[in-house]
Design a protein around this ligand. Structure first.
Ligand code: URA
Length: 187
């Protein structure tokens, strides 16, 4: 584990731990407030993220930004990262070996950010962080506390593009995130 952001960021620059390095344009490390109380974890970069080197800047990201605006979350105040830092070809889900090679970076990011709340965006984030026994449909909107961190799983923003009905759930889950945050802050 690296104790500074500088060392962690340096350690990933030429990463070749898995086959996703072969086709990447950019490593998508993470963005936002490195001392955030709330951290969001997605799945992996898509084409836009790969091109620009920043998470959630494509269609799903724009939708997430709109939902942030609705509930009053400022993107620059939270920290946003992904399970895998390089784009899986054709936007397929990351394979287990790819996620497993990359998860140490994410664990290190969590240790450095020290978030009070982690929002797990979709099934890939949920299963890789909390375990394969969790399912997104049953877990979304629930508050799951582990080792002093509150996890709140919700739909992946890309799922909202496919199913309008999920937008209401997503907004509700984000409101829950903010309520939890305010409760922890005012304790
Ligand atoms: N989907 C993700 O899971 N992460 C991104 O950064 C973009 C789309």
């Amino acid at each position: 584990m690296y104790k500074t952001w500088e060392d962690l960021e340096k350690s990933i620059i030429n990463c070749q731990k898995c086959k996703l390095c072969k086709q990447r344009q950019n490593i998508v490390f993470g963005t936002g407030n490195k001392e955030a109380d709330i951290m969001f974890i997605g799945e992996g970069p898509g084409a836009d993220e790969d091109r620009l080197g920043e998470p959630f800047v494509g269609r799903a990201g724009k939708l997430m930004n709109m939902a942030f605006d609705v509930v009053g979350i400022k993107r620059e105040e939270v920290y946003i990262a992904n399970v895998v830092k390089c784009r899986p070809p054709g936007n397929r889900n990351p394979e287990d070996d790819e996620a497993n090679s990359c998860l140490d970076y994410l664990r290190n990011q969590v240790i450095l950010v020290k978030p009070k709340i982690i929002v797990l965006l979709g099934s890939v984030a949920l299963k890789n962080i909390l375990g394969k026994e969790y399912g997104i449909t049953a877990s979304r909107g629930k508050i799951i506390e582990k080792k002093g961190i509150i996890y709140i799983p919700t739909w992946h923003p890309a799922a909202l593009l496919r199913d309008e009905n999920k937008k209401v759930d997503f907004i509700r889950d984000l409101q829950k995130v903010l309520n939890e945050y305010k409760m922890l802050r005012d304790k």
